[in-house]
Design a protein around this ligand. Structure first.
Ligand code: F6R
Length: 266
């Protein structure tokens, strides 16, 4: 894993935006995997700003989001489709038909299972994901792959853990229906991406970040599966990195990587 520790959440967003723009500018038909949640909001703001200053166009970009709540309408205030439209898609020039968020409105299992299979097929048809953006849950989840999810899992119906339901309660009004199921890409789906970039900021994520990078590879920490990916970058602010035992070593590695890039290693 490439572990990058930056001084602020803003720097994390700028780094992630650089990576996204690099994919868009170097691939003919770029395919991005996108995440929702609080963490990538700053990344999306940065991408919108770069689009407005004409530094990047998303005309040729295809996107696939990680997950969607089951049983609420696409147009619901808290659906991940609404989140993506508000924070990114409506503010850039991506073709709406090129944006994919799992279709999870139905309450019928057969319809949802078919939707999950179709989602996997659409990713394949698009040529696979070039760069998957990820956040990490307090319990180490990626997408909605909760602890004990199989590392071989594909897009499917997933029951949210108590901790995830509690963490996301803040987004729902008192008394409002809050979904307890989601349609999520599987860990196997995520591992198939050509590169992954996980962003984590803030002290609350420090335990999960430590388990992901320095803990054993274990289904109890789904994000630890990224240790098996050959092109996984973890970009952290100081607070999220605060519990890492080998923090100085990761910073040393980055220095060496930069020197190598500049051709001045020795
Ligand atoms: C969102 C997602 C989740 C979040 C995670 C962190 O699409 O898949 O895994 O990335 O729950 O959420 P925040 O960023 O709100 O802490």
């Amino acid at each position: 894993m490439q572990v990058i520790i930056l001084s602020s959440a803003h720097d994390v967003a700028v780094y992630a935006a650089d990576r996204v723009v690099d994919v868009i500018n170097t691939k003919k038909n770029p395919v991005l995997g996108l995440a929702t949640g609080s963490t990538p909001i700053a990344l999306y703001e940065e991408l919108v700003a770069r689009h407005h200053s004409r530094q990047v166009s998303f005309r040729q970009t295809v996107s696939f989001n990680l997950d969607e709540y089951i049983g609420i309408a696409d147009s619901h205030e808290q659906s991940y489709r609404t989140f993506m439209n508000q924070h990114l898609f409506n503010a850039i020039d991506i073709m709406p038909t090129n944006t994919h968020v799992p279709l999870a409105q139905s309450k019928e299992v057969a319809v949802l299972k078919k939707s999950a299979q179709d989602y996997e097929a659409s990713i394949q048809q698009a040529g696979g994901i070039d760069l998957q953006i990820l956040g990490i849950g307090l319990n180490g989840h990626i997408g909605f792959n909760e602890p004990t999810s199989s590392f071989a899992s594909r897009t499917r119906i997933k029951t949210l853990s108590e901790s995830t339901v509690a963490a996301n309660k803040r987004f729902f009004k008192a008394g409002e229906y809050q979904p307890e199921l989601a349609l999520t890409m599987g860990i196997g789906t995520i591992l198939d991406s050509r590169a992954v970039l996980l962003m984590a900021t803030g002290k609350a994520k420090a335990e999960a970040v430590k388990a992901m990078i320095e803990g054993p590879i274990s289904a109890m920490c789904p994000a630890s599966a990224l240790q098996l990916h050959e092109a996984a970058t973890i970009v952290l602010d100081e607070e999220a990195a605060s519990l890492l035992a080998l923090k100085e070593y990761y910073q040393w590695c980055e220095l060496k990587r930069q020197q190598l890039h500049e051709g001045s290693l020795i």
